[in-house]
Design a binder for this molecule. Sequence first.
Ligand SMILES: Cc1cc2nc3c(=O)[nH]c(=O)nc-3n(C[C@H](O)[C@H](O)[C@H](O)COP(=O)(O)O)c2cc1C
Length: 193
Amino acid sequence: MNLSDKTIGFAMCGSFCTFKNAISAVKKLKETGAHIIPIMSETAYSTDTRFGACVDFRHQLEEITGEKILHTVFETEPIGPKKLLDALVILPCTGNTLAKLSNSVADSSVTLAAKAHLRNKRPLILGVSTNDGLCGAAENIGRLLARKHCFFIPFGQDDCIHKPNSLIADFTKLNETVEAALLNKQFQPILAV
Ligand SMILES: Cc1cc2nc3c(=O)[nH]c(=O)nc-3n(C[C@H](O)[C@H](O)[C@H](O)COP(=O)(O)O)c2cc1C
């Protein structure tokens, strides 16, 4: 599918160790010619960690997309009524945001973006990154797998020896997953090995 006439939301949550890969993924998505609206959770937008300074990630995201980052509920709410997006990606999607989404909680910039966007019955694409993916978050992932308009970037275990419950999306599969989701299809295989 040609993405050059699509507007895609790209939302980052606070899985900081994956930010470098998320930036590479959004760069590749931008190369399709898609118009990308960047979104960050409040945590992602404002937390410096050992993985880097938030201001640096913000600059990179704004430079790649050419747009200001939406990072408050006030800024993401119009996504619904204005039908701003053809598709919304959450990559990385934390265990925290998965839990909220699976329970229809919308108290952050990203979860409200998702709620507003789903009101338009348009695809939401999730890229999980959480070390309790096969434990506490498993139930939430399961519920979202069965939810209308929700699609998953293929995911698998990233370190089954040291973090046996950890799941991570294959960030390199973003473009294919978005293209399939826009046709209302789940990109397969959904389980990365
Ligand atoms: C250095 C650091 C790394 C983190 N990595 C992850 C992660 O990979 N996955 C995850 O689910 N949470 C991770 N967290 C916890 C989330 O940032 C935290 O749950 C936060 O409330 C998420 O908010 P958000 O979902 O609104 O972005 C990490 C936190 C810190 C400080």
